[in-house]
Design a protein around this ligand. Structure first.
Ligand code: ADQ
Length: 489
């Protein structure tokens, strides 16, 4: 790539996401400490050597004063991060409100909020206004830092308005948008009061990506049915302008997990866990404590399994690690209490003086502890009611080369499309089916486990996060070049 001044360089990639991949803690008026937070997207882009990535997003803290903003901007610049400053009211209306209370449940088939209709309508309108305003604030920061030739990659349901804001500023900007959640059936999307405006805003992008072909198809159907546009095999066409729509299934940095198992500290931890659970099979759930993850359904299925299989009662343990999320939202608080209540009941029912069947932890584990847990697990249980992809299932497979454990996976997770042949697929709403699949997994022969694991391991180690990011960005470059050629003809 060449810059306008002829200087050859790697192409710059501006990654725009609601949250920057750092946690920022204020230490003084003009002093901040920053810690890079991991996650799939960060390792995906760290592994991509072709591009020079810069992050643009909210740092997750309210910084009302200019001195604090200046100091944070400076500290973040060292990490190649550029902050968007959002005040508390905007965060409340845009992030807690429109993003997490409206779009997140809707895209996961949980419907729109059910409160009093009038109140909802009123708050809906102000939340949508805040959503647009926040997206414009992100756009202002992007345009301030944009240089000709840059690629701008917008992420997720928080920023559906961003492609439109960016193209209004500069129609030549290369803009891609990727959704990390499912895109629901057009029949669900059409219940959203701002359905058309949002679709049109996304269509301003050059390339629109989803985890699975089904989500891409739902999006194209929504554009044809709701906007009356034409769907083509390449995407959506509006008056001669094509927006490419395609599936780009994400992966993980599998090497990072495989290498971690060699670290002495992890090996030590594996040994401790093996000793701790000697004589028992280990089942594992790792989720954010979110309603879409189907945690109560998972635990109830485990209860049913114990109920029907007395033989297994003192021979299996379920470790459920649930990292709290959106803890200020009442529905999430209710979910936490519900999960605690069910776990308490089951442990009371099936526990003994020396052992309990469920260990439930409400917290995040560090990377090495997580890898050790994945490695000692016999059966991983992913029972999402809906999930864009689900990386936990990938991470588990990556850590199972020696154990070759079984993955029980919801058919409503995007990962079911890629790991379906190796996993036992279940409908998480069917507690009886999930309970039966636990029995099937625990009794599976070593040959069968090996065969299933081989399939999944091959997939996880060849469809990596780096490859995902490279494919998306090179497709975006190609899409723009093809569009320019079409216009010249
Ligand atoms: P999430 O809903 O957060 O992501 P997921 O894909 O499973 O779901 O990723 C969760 C990440 O957090 C994993 O890397 C996991 O290791 C980590 N994690 C979860 N619980 C943890 C715990 N208790 N301790 C430590 N780490 C924990 C969204 C979409 C998904 C999509 C991803 C990526 O909802 O469907 O797969 O984005 O696109």
């Amino acid at each position: 790539w060449e810059r306008p001044d002829g200087r050859p360089t790697r192409q710059r990639l501006l990654v725009v996401a609601n949250r920057l991949p750092v946690s920022a803690v204020r230490r003084g008026e003009e002093s901040w400490s920053l810690e890079i937070s991991g996650g799939g997207l960060v390792s995906a882009l760290l592994g991509v050597k072709e591009f020079e990535a810069r992050w643009i997003g909210w740092a997750g803290v309210n910084v009302p004063d200019e001195a604090g903003q200046r100091a944070l901007t400076k500290a973040l610049a060292e990490k190649r991060c550029i902050p968007v400053f959002l005040d508390e009211e905007i965060v409340h209306q845009y992030y807690n409100g429109y993003c997490n209370n409206i779009l997140w449940p809707l895209f996961h088939y949980l419907g729109l909020p059910q409160e009093d209709r009038l109140a909802t309508t009123r708050s809906f309108q102000s939340q949508f206004a805040a959503y647009k305003k926040a997206n414009q604030m992100f756009a202002d920061v992007v345009t301030e830092h944009y240089e000709e030739g840059d690629v701008v990659w917008c992420h997720d349901y928080h920023l559906m308005f961003l492609p439109k804001c960016l193209k209004e500023y500069n129609s030549q900007m290369k803009v891609g948008w990727f959704l990390h959640t499912p895109f629901p059936s057009s029949e669900i999307h059409r219940t959203l009061p701002s359905r058309s405006e949002l679709l049109r805003a996304v269509l301003a992008a050059d390339l629109v990506g989803f985890h699975t072909y089904d989500y891409a198809r739902h999006f194209v159907s929504a554009c044809t049915r709701i906007l009356g546009l034409e769907g083509t095999p390449e995407g959506v066409e509006d008056q001669g302008r094509l927006t490419r729509v395609a599936a780009f299934p994400i992966g993980i940095d599998s090497e990072r997990f495989i290498r971690a198992l060699e670290v002495p500290q992890v090996q030590e931890h594996i040994k401790e866990l093996k000793d701790r659970f000697a004589g028992r099979k280990v089942m594992l759930g790792v989720d954010r404590l979110d309603m879409i993850k189907g945690i109560p359904q998972k635990i109830l299925a485990f209860e049913k399994f114990l109920e029907e299989n007395p033989y297994w009662r003192d021979k299996v343990v379920l470790l459920q690690i649930a990292v709290p999320t959106r803890t200020d939202v009442p529905e999430y608080q209710k979910l936490t209490s519900q999960v605690h209540e069910i776990v308490g009941r089951i442990n009371g029912r099936f526990g003994t003086l020396t052992a309990v069947p469920i260990h439930h932890l409400d917290r995040s584990l560090d990377f090495h502890a997580l890898c050790a847990l994945y490695a000692v697990t016999d059966v991983a249980l992913v029972t999402s009611l809906r999930d864009g992809m689900n990386l936990v299932s990938y991470e588990f497979v990556a850590c199972q080369e020696s154990k070759k454990g079984v993955l029980i996976l919801s058919e409503f997770a995007g990962a079911a499309q890629s790991l379906g042949a190796g996993a036992i697929l279940v409908n998480p709403w069917n507690i009886t089916e999930v309970a039966a699949s636990i029995g099937q997994a625990l009794n599976m022969s070593a040959e069968e486990r090996e065969k299933r694991h081989r399939h999944n391991f091959l997939h996880v180690t060849t469809h990596t996060a780096q490859e995902w990011a490279e494919t998306f960005v090179s497709e975006l470059n190609d899409t723009v070049i093809e569009a320019q050629q079409r216009i010249r003809k």
